[in-house]
Design a protein around this ligand. Structure first.
Ligand code: SOE
Length: 383
C-alpha cells in the first residue's frame, strides 16, 4: 500500500463532498494507492477553518493556496472552488508537478481551459475534471448499453437539468449570479453537466442554436459577505449578470439531434438532471432525483411485452455497485464522488489518463461558448 498525499482547496459544498469521498474511497475500493488527507485550504486562517478541516478528516488547514500547492509532501491538488479561481490554481499545481483534480466547469472561458490543458500536459501530470454524474451506476450502464449496441443508431438526445433554488426574487445576489465569478449562470453550472453527459453518452456536438434568459434582473445584497462573494456587500440590490435559463438545439457528429434546457426556475425540481436517448433498437430515460433507476425500452422485446421497464441499478453486476451493498440497498449523490476518486486512483496506478479530464473541459467549454455566441447572433454556431 502506497500513500498518496492530497491537498484540497475549497471547503463549501464541493469541498464537503470531495472530503467525504477521499475518506471513503479506500474503504470501499481498496487499491495500491491510499489517499492521505493532508491539508484543507480555505480563504482565511480562522478557528472555523481549522474546525472544518478536523470535521472533514484533514490533518491540517491553511489559507495560502500557493503555499499549499508548492509543498514537497503534496502529490495531488484537488480544486473545489468557484470557477473563476480554477485557472490560476490548476496551472500553479501543474507547474509544481502535482496531479490535478478540478471541479466543473474547468474554467469560465475557453482560453483559460486551453491554458490549463497545456499546463498539465507540459508538466506530464494526471488531470481529472469532476463531472461526477458520469460515475452514477445507471449512467455508466447506459454507456455500456450503447457500446453493446442495445440502443442501435441514436436518433435524438434530450437533456434537461432543472433546479429551483433562486426562484424566490428575495434570494440574494450570490457569486453564482455574477458573471465575473461564475462565467455564466444555469448554462455553465448545470448546463455543463448536461453537455458533458451528452458527449459521454452520445457524440461530440456539431452545431448549436440557443437562447439565454434572465428572469429576475436585480437581487438583494446581504449585509455582509457571508462567503457569498457579493459584488459589494451592503443594503439595496445588485444586477444579475448571468442567465437564469438557457435552452438550445443541437446537431451531433453522429447524425443525431438534441434538445437541451438548463434552468434554476424549474419550480419543484431540486436537482432534476435528466436525459432521454432514443435509438433504432431501444431507448433510455434517466432522472438524477431517482438515480438508482433507469427506464429502458427494448424494441427487440416480443410485441406483447413492448414498453419501458424500470431497471433497479443496484445489482452487483452494475458498474461500481458491487463495492457497496446488496441489490435494492440504494446509493446516493455522495457515492458518485467516491467512484470518481476510485477511477482517478486507478488511473494513477495504471499510469493511464483519468476520464473525464481537462481535454473534456476544453471540449465542454467550446460547446458552452458556442451556445452563448448563438444566443447573441440568433444563428446556428459551431463549437
Ligand atoms: C448548483 O447548481 C450545483 O451545486 C452544481 O454546481 C453542481 O455541479 C451540481 O452537481 C449540483 O448543483
Amino acid at each position: 500500500m502506497t500513500e498518496i498525499n492530497v491537498a484540497i482547496i475549497g471547503h463549501k459544498f464541493m469541498g464537503k463532498a470531495h472530503s467525504n469521498a477521499w475518506r471513503q474511497v479506500s474503504r470501499f475500493f481498496p487499491g495500491k494507492l491510499e489517499p492521505r488527507m493532508k491539508v484543507l485550504c480555505g480563504k482565511a486562517c480562522t478557528e472555523e477553518l481549522e474546525a472544518t478541516a478536523r470535521q472533514f478528516g484533514w490533518e491540517e488547514s491553511d489559507c495560502d493556496w500557493q503555499r499549499v500547492v508548492e509543498r514537497e509532501d503534496i502529490d495531488v491538488v484537488d480544486i473545489a472552488t468557484p470557477g473563476y479561481l480554477h485557472h490560476d490554481m490548476a496551472i500553479a499545481a501543474a507547474q509544481a508537478g502535482k496531479h490535478v483534480i478540478c471541479e466543473k466547469p474547468l474554467a469560465n472561458t475557453l482560453a483559460d481551459t486551453k491554458e490549463m490543458l497545456k499546463a498539465v500536459q507540459k508538466a506530464g501530470v494526471k488531470h481529472m475534471l469532476m463531472h461526477n454524474y458520469r460515475k452514477i451506476p445507471a449512467v455508466a450502464l447506459v454507456r455500456k448499453f450503447i457500446d453493446d449496441g442495445r440502443l442501435g443508431d441514436i436518433y435524438h438526445y434530450h437533456g434537461a437539468y432543472l433546479q429551483d433554488w433562486i426562484i424566490d426574487p428575495e434570494f440574494p445576489l450570490v457569486w453564482r449570479l455574477q458573471k465575473k465569478f461564475a462565467g455564466s449562470g444555469a448554462l455553465g453550472d448545470i448546463g455543463a453537466h448536461a453537455i458533458d453527459l451528452a458527449r459521454y453518452l452520445n457524440s461530440e456536438f456539431n452545431t448549436v442554436v440557443g437562447q439565454m434568459t434572465t428572469f429576475i434582473k436585480e437581487r438583494p445584497l446581504v449585509a455582509e459577505d457571508k462567503g457569498l462573494r457579493q459584488v459589494k456587500a451592503g443594503s439595496g440590490t445588485g444586477k444579475v449578470t448571468v442567465d437564469d435559463d438557457t435552452n438550445f438545439l443541437a446537431r451531433f457528429a453522429n447524425g443525431s439531434v438534441g434538445v437541451f434546457e438548463s434552468s434554476r426556475f424549474g419550480g419543484g425540481r431540486k436537482n432534476y438532471n435528466t436525459f432521454q436517448i432514443y435509438g433504432s433498437k431501444g431507448s433510455v430515460a434517466f432522472n438524477l432525483e431517482r438515480m438508482n433507476e433507469l427506464e429502458f425500452y427494448d424494441r427487440e422485446d416480443p410485441q406483447e411485452e413492448q414498453g419501458f421497464k424500470t431497471i433497479n441499478v443496484t445489482e452487483s453486476v452494475h458498474p461500481y455497485v458491487g463495492a457497496w451493498w446488496p441489490a435494492g440497498h440504494i446509493i446516493g449523490y455522495e457515492h458518485t464522488f467516491v467512484h470518481a476518486f476510485h477511477d482517478f486512483l486507478t488511473a494513477l496506478e495504471n499510469d493511464t489518463l483519468p476520464s473525464p479530464n481537462f481535454t473534456d473541459g476544453v471540449k465542454n467549454q467550446t460547446v458552452l461558448e458556442a451556445v452563448e455566441r448563438s444566443a447573441k447572433s440568433g444563428k446556428w454556431e459551431k463549437p
